[in-house]
Write a protein that binds this ligand. Sequence first.
Ligand SMILES: [Ca+2]
Length: 490
Amino acid sequence: MTVPLSDHNFSTRKNLSGKDIVHSKNCFYMRLLLNKLICCIFLLILVCSLVKISVANTKTKQLNIIFIFVDDQGYYDLGCYGATEVATPRIDALAKKGVRFTDYYAAAPICSPSRAGLLTGCYPRRTGNEVWVHRPDSKTGIPASVLTMAELFQNNGYATACIGKWHLGFTEPFLPKNQGFDHYFGIMHNQDKWEVVHYEEEGMPLLRNGGVVQRNPDPGSLTRLYTEEAISWIKKHASQKPFFLYLPHTMLHHPLGVSPEFEGSSNWGIYGDAIQEMDYYVGQIVDELERLNIADETIIVYASDNGRQGGRNELQPIRGSKLTTYEGGFRVPCIAYCPGIVGEGVTTNVVSHAMDWYPTLASLAGITIPEEVILDGRDLSSLLIGETNEVPLFDRKVSLNALIPLRRNFKPYQEWENEFTREEYINAFFYHGSQGALAAVRSGKWKLHLHPDLKLHDLKKDPGERQPVNNRQIKRKLRGMAILFQQEMQ
Ligand SMILES: [Ca+2]
């Protein structure tokens, strides 16, 4: 007896004569159907998995890094940090769609040590780069024994480039190509009179991998030239290796310059014009990432290498300029942006600093920092991606390089043993003057100036550092941290 499939009735045996056979055949077809269904589900799962793997393969390409390091931009000198004299819509948009730091510190109040701090993840003095700047006739730089952030990324399969001002040594061992960069384009030094004098006869060179592109380039052309080189290099690598692009601009360092189309564009003279040109060219990079469809796999960090000046109105209380150890010398704009990965529209007041980028970017790229490397930076990747809203505790491995700070030496004397924890010590920030001497310590909201007298400030109440607080216990605590830090750095 043949039972058409449409006559299947698996629940009403009584309606069928010879029901056992029918039931048996019905069962057979049911099994057949079930088998087919299972096969279909299996195939569906398989296809979905393959699609997923395929998507994953395109998206698990390691994160690209673009670090835009602007020179001498003060804390209040972007729209998103309170500037009213300039319009910076493209950089402000990065802050609006990313993470903006309110209490972020450069490693130093001057160019070379600041760059050393960023690229090594260490206080500049740990690598012998704490004093003033490297002139073109400098014989030193970052020692070969130090694994720079660029070397770390290069060793992990990244294409690497430095486009812009180097300022970290000019003899062979200290050149960008020997510090982890596959590609270099830019002026190695400042264009001020102290450095130009070295090239009096032949003129200061704009270089591409050791070859002279031009001599004594117009400072006003450099933001555009660096950006064009950066975009060309990004396009070359977008579909190949992940890339690490370090883009230390010559602007906004003196001598200032702008392209003709930005002259007079701001209400703040040539400095404001140069900021607006910078904003435009940051926008060009963002647009190119979107054209290349890699915006969501590329993190952009925008930060200044040191401060410039204090506030200009009552809403801008911090004071002090570049070279000083007041907040105005160290506290600078810093923004991180990567749609879909970095938190959106976050403003954080955690005390953070340039040395944090080394372990943070390594973690975001899935790179484990080798065991022998000691860093002063902390892995803030969990903060950036929104898993935490504070610096994570160091005894919990919340991210790949979270335990890094525990490699630092922490041996408090008996007298300091109960004054502060290891956590507080690691999270403190140590300010050094332009000649490399330890000048101040910040722990939480407290900042203690060490010279000429101990002066304590509550930065939450008094960011302008104008009303010293007499709190013996806090003074003693921060002084203890300073003493321990001096020991650690010996
Ligand atoms: Ca600088």
